[in-house]
Design a binder for this molecule. Structure first.
Ligand code: HSE
Length: 339
């Protein structure tokens, strides 16, 4: 049987979700696609576990949970991390899930470019390098003749990038408008339905593992702005970068404002708009009962097309296994086309 040797870089909520998802699905994948998935390395910011014979995916996640470091993995734990891991073991595919960095795009940018230069395919959930240097990164993948897939970078488990590119392939995309951040939707929903305070709901979303490592990226609209840029580039062909997005977050939204809106039949949601005329993230009033009325960590997006009218998608926008599911679907799509 063919093998696909995988390195997982970044081992927070998403990285651990990848390991768990592979453990759950590798038998199905070998049966249905004839390829055995083997995790040969997993790394966090200061340690790793590396074995060319393959690691136990559930044990990786358990060890990280219990010890906080992958160096505690029996026999194969090391203090190596970063790009060196990509030289330490033979691999075919990098699953990159390091925290998003919107200042420098690192370490995702260096890891991704290095993997491309090594001729390896990359699946990512990261937003920093895509929001800052979409053209450069996607061109580097093409130049090295490797696959680069990033469905999980927008909307977690909500299908949007591959769905629009493949299922709506006959259509031109005029605009996309929707809710692209699970953490803020969770905070606003809980403030609306239960009158919970902003601080408590933010803490809850961190405990659920849905907030970014730096949660100001969520509440200040930065995360949704990154996703706006990724959709603009990948689906509307707009050559935009993060600084082109007008951004306003939800940190100034008060319980009183939410109550007032509610009385008039409205909700306050953090809305992202992607169109040739406007790239914008801001809190807006939406009608209760409309397609924007989605609760908790759900995301939604209405895709306005030339031939098919409006198509609306919805799904869980954040979460460990949910985000990993989108990454594993990208891996399967690479297995189908290359193996
Ligand atoms: N922090 C992000 C969110 C995770 O809340 O939507 C998914 O990108």
């Amino acid at each position: 049987m063919k093998e696909c040797k995988i390195i997982i870089m970044g081992f927070g909520a998403v990285g651990q979700g990848i390991a768990r998802a592979i453990a759950l699905k590798k038998e199905m994948i070998s049966k249905d696609y004839g390829v055995e998935l083997k995790v040969v390395a997993a790394a966090d910011s200061s340690s790793s576990a590396i074995s060319g014979d393959g690691l136990d995916e559930n044990l990786l996640a358990d060890i990280k949970n219990e010890n906080g470091k992958l160096s505690a993995y029996p026999d194969y734990g090391t203090i190596m991390s970063g790009p060196d891991v990509l030289d330490a073991v033979e691999y075919d595919l990098l699953m990159e899930a390091t925290p998003t960095n919107i200042e420098t795009a690192e370490p995702a940018l260096s890891l991704t470019l290095k993997a491309f230069e090594q001729g390896k395919d990359v699946v990512t959930s990261n937003k920093g390098h895509l929001a800052l240097k979409f053209g450069e990164v996607t061109k580097a993948a093409q130049d090295n003749n490797v696959e680069f897939k990033y469905e999980a970078s927008v909307g977690g488990a909500m299908p949007i990038i591959n769905f629009t590119k493949e299922t709506l392939a006959s259509c031109g995309i005029n605009s996309i408008i929707g809710i692209l951040n699970g953490t803020t939707n969770y905070i606003l929903s809980r403030m609306t339905s239960e009158g919970s305070s902003y601080d408590i709901t933010l803490k809850e979303s961190q405990e659920l593992g849905i907030a970014e490592t730096d949660p100001t990226q969520d509440v200040e609209g930065i995360d949704a702005a990154c996703k706006t840029v990724i959709l603009a580039n990948s689906l509307l062909g707009i050559d935009a970068t993060y600084s082109d997005v007008e951004v306003d977050g939800i940190s100034n939204i008060t319980s009183q404002a939410i109550e007032l809106a509610k009385k008039d039949g409205y909700l306050i949601k953090l809305i992202a708009e992607v169109s040739p005329n406007q790239l914008k993230v801001s809190p807006r009033l939406v009608k209760q009962g409309s397609s924007y009325d989605v609760n908790g960590t759900l995301n939604m997006a209405t895709i306005k097309t030339d031939l098919a009218g409006e198509v609306t998608v919805m799904g869980l926008g954040a979460g460990s296994l949910e985000t990993a599911s989108a990454m594993l679907t990208d891996v399967i799509s690479i297995l189908k086309s290359k193996y």
